[in-house]
Design a protein around this ligand. Structure first.
Ligand code: FAD
Length: 627
């Protein structure tokens, strides 16, 4: 029998295990390969790698590292070693384990951490705990809803918006037994797909069913990047990821250093999510827009809704609820006005505006990977389609010294396309999307410069919606510069740097001719210097020249800037109590997700909706545990 000190038992994490490209089975292979076992053996100083049982090791993270500072590009792994399993399968390893010394960032001991489950199992475990507690306290068997009797009236909750925040809030509340109505102004993914098709092919914009509005929210026809800045390994992020896997996302998102779904995978995932919610009894009302809140004695008691599709058997309805979760995203500018009409406090928030740059993907592959670029093979090869992330801090100009800005790449879509995210034809804004294989011939990313209240007031915009007015100003300018019909104003990066208008054909002129663009609704040569105030334009120019040093070739004849990118994050925050998630202005209202100013991206919006669901379930006495 192996005697091993407790301090070595449990799990060990081995970080920064590097496998060269020629020895690695490639980006899509997520089992423990022989080459990886050899790296593990080196850390353990175990002489025969082939004797290590692969079953005792699990890959927690796999990333591809092609940074220029590295001698050669390689795959980098974090591996978890299950000591009990290892000793069972290969007892001779104990001598080596007992010599392990923890080194922060390289070898770390994680004694007996409980693995984080998907949200549905987490909730089921919590319900079980509640049941057991009631059973013990009352000496009889409890109900699923803690101390409530099964016949007690279920609290009625409206969740407004079916983006990631609204979906996860609905999931938690419905799992805990609330009577949830999920109200969505847009259409289910099947009809939404047809509406988006009509937009990109025939220029017909449905104001209520488009790239921003509809099932799944703004992130459905997106790149589906699941990277987040809120702590990749936190329990909440992992349980969101595992929930996505439950609904059909590939398991690779749990391991991939830069997890990504793509629109083609998001659509079936959302259908499964919908089916699960409906099985739990959630009443999902598509094509139904919340036009007003019903507020009595400073408490939200319901909503007024109308048919936003023109196809439903009602025009207006008043619906009563015990609480309303507001998860409307940041393109629902009408909702901000509704909130103000009820004296609900809104605070202007800093965000960023800029342009979307597009390069041929092959160029980005060769900048990032040099000769290895051939291995990408349109997303089918061993290594991932190349991306980039750049940032530059820009000092303010003389009049502007107190305001340093940053300019950064945002929502980079390798192998993707530029899409129109306007919800109104007089405004033009764009973003990027991709499919799971990221096989298009273009790479696009926003280059966004931070802006604050000082910028809003310089243009004469004041008050809580100053940021919204600021966005709208540039969206209207961009629409005018494009000449309408969703045509996007563009300029080659070289001409933007030299302040020259690019031209269709380069005959007899010094300006660059327009390279092709992935944008389907047409582009028009324009001088993008006329779009933003000078300090934003200069910040972009300066940063682009720095990015070109970091990524030589970034400034190229084939790089095209598209205007305008304005909706990088919410221009407004709706203050709420940090523990209960309830609005600080009115009772019964729970502002969540990106539109409320608490998230920026699919995963962080889902996490915020999830926490709000737990907080509200606790308030309603449906859940007794910790949040
Ligand atoms: P949203 O997703 O905006 O959802 C809000 C929902 O509320 C919408 O469906 C809307 O129709 C509904 N709604 C609004 N008003 C009403 C009303 N009055 N009544 C009823 N319903 C209403 N993020 C990433 O992390 N990775 C990416 O790759 C990525 N790519 C993107 C690509 C594009 C083209 C776009 C537009 C966004 C992308 N984002 C991406 C951002 C991401 O989509 C958002 O951060 C995220 O969806 C915010 O989630 P949310 O639930 O807070 O709001």
């Amino acid at each position: 029998e192996t005697q091993i000190d407790d301090k070595f038992k449990g799990f060990w994490r081995l970080f920064k295990l590097c496998v060269s490209i020629d020895r690695d089975p490639g980006k899509d292979f997520l089992d423990v390969s022989d080459a990886l076992l050899e790296e593990v053996a080196k850390v353990l100083e175990f002489p025969v790698a082939s004797m290590l049982p692969p079953e005792a090791f699990a890959i927690l993270r796999k990333s591809f590292d092609a940074r220029k500072s590295q001698k050669e590009p390689k795959f980098v792994y974090t591996v978890e070693m299950d000591v009990d399993k290892l000793l069972n399968l290969e007892p001779r390893t104990w001598d080596f384990i007992s010599r392990l010394e923890p080194k922060i960032g390289l070898i770390e001991h994680t004694p007996h951490e409980k693995a984080v489950g998907d949200l549905v199992s987490v909730i089921h475990d919590n319900k079980k705990l509640d049941q057991d507690r009631v059973h013990v306290e009352n000496g009889h068997s409890g109900s699923l809803n803690g101390s409530k009797s099964p016949t007690a009236k279920k609290p009625k909750i409206a969740v407004v918006g079916s983006g990631p925040a609204g979906l996860f809030a609905s999931l938690v509340l419905a799992e805990f037994g609330a009577d949830v109505t999920l109200i969505e102004r847009g259409q289910p993914v099947e009809q939404r797909g047809r509406d988006i098709g009509a937009l990109v092919v025939r220029r017909i914009l449905q104001s209520e069913s488009n790239f921003c509005f509809g099932e799944g929210g703004a992130g459905t026809w997106s790149d589906g990047k699941l990277v987040t800045r809120i702590g990749r390994n936190s329990g909440s992020v992992l349980s969101v990821m595992k929930t996505l896997v439950q609904f059909g996302a590939p398991e690779s998102i749990l391991v991939d250093g830069k997890p990504h779904l793509g629109t083609d995978r998001l659509i079936p995932l959302l259908r499964n999510f919908r089916k699960h919610l409906q099985d739990l009894g959630v009443n999902i009302r598509f094509g139904t827009r919340v036009d007003d809140l019903i507020v009595e004695n400073s408490h939200v008691v319901g909503v007024n809704v109308s048919d936003s599709s023109g196809r439903l058997p009602f025009s207006n309805e008043k619906l009563g609820f015990d609480a309303v979760v507001l998860a409307v995203g940041h393109s629902a500018r009408d909702v901000y006005k509704v909130l103000l009409s009820h004296n609900i406090e809104l605070l202007p928030k800093d965000f960023a505006v800029g342009l979307r740059i597009e390069h041929p993907q092959e160029l980005i592959n060769s900048i990032q990977y040099s000769k290895l670029a051939n291995e990408v093979r349109n997303g089918r090869g061993k290594i991932p389609v190349a991306d980039y992330k750049v940032v530059e801090y820009v000092k303010g100009d003389d009049k502007d010294t107190s305001q340093p800005r940053s300019c950064y790449s945002f929502c980079m879509c390798p192998g993707g396309q530029v899409v129109v995210t306007s919800v109104n034809p007089s405004e033009l804004c764009i973003n990027g999307m991709s499919f799971s294989r990221r096989s298009s011939k273009w790479a696009n990313a926003a280059l966004a410069v931070t802006v604050s209240q000082k910028d809003f007031s310089a243009l004469g915009f004041h008050g809580p919606l100053a940021g919204v007015e600021f966005q709208r100003e540039f969206e209207q300018r961009a629409a005018n510069m494009g000449g309408g019909n969703f045509v996007v104003p563009v300029q080659t990066v070289k001409d933007f740097m030299d302040n020259k208008v690019s031209v269709k054909k380069a005959l007899f002129v010094s300006a660059t001719s327009l390279p092709s663009s992935s944008y389907r609704l047409g582009v028009k040569a324009a001088n993008l210097h006329e779009l933003f105030p000078i300090h934003i334009t200069e910040a972009l120019q300066h940063s682009v020249s720095v990015f070109d040093q970091e990524l030589p070739g970034f400034i190229s004849d084939d790089a095209l800037l598209h205007g305008v990118e304005t909706r990088t994050s919410s221009p407004v925050q709706i203050p709420r109590n940090p523990e209960t998630f309830e609005s600080t202005s009115v009772g019964g209202l729970y502002p969540v997700g990106e539109g409320a100013g608490y998230a920026g991206g699919i995963v962080s919006a889902a996490v915020d909706g999830m926490y709000a669901g737990f907080a509200l379930a606790k308030r309603l006495n449906l859940y007794k545990g910790e949040i």
